[in-house]
Design a protein around this ligand. Sequence first.
Ligand code: SF4
Length: 159
Amino acid sequence: MPKKLRVGWFSFSCCGDSTIIFTELWNDHYKEWAKSIEFKAFSSFQKKEEISDLDVSFVEGAIASKEQEDKLIKIRSVSQKLVAIGACAVMGLPGGQRNNFDAKTIEEISPILMRFNYNQKVKKISEIVAVDEVVPGCPMDENIFLLLINKYLGEFGII
Ligand code: SF4
């Protein structure tokens, strides 16, 4: 069986638009990528989520809770490369705009934070784990993403 790039795609607190972009790219590149990429985790495509032995993890969205932080740390620990996808993951915004709310607004939303166990502050990915590469944009810049995935397919000896 030819080796495939073992990929995880993870979405945290965000609108998921980079996932939509990636899904469109997958449709466009299906013939080449189906032979060279294996999804170990991608909740938009499949139910199973194997967070182990990943070549590359793509992480979309900002981190808003301890539970999300723990999952991100686990993803990092089993990924050879980790890529922050889109502005929310790269910069923490716009997904973390509540960090800039005034005191009155924070008081108003505090019951929601408590109910869902959210942290007081939303974090970008690099505040929690080391990031190897970033794909900026809101949603992500698909041209940068394409360059990156081709780079990894080459680096990991797939193509
Ligand atoms: S960066 Fe933009 S498109 Fe991506 S999750 Fe955040 S708000 Fe949505």
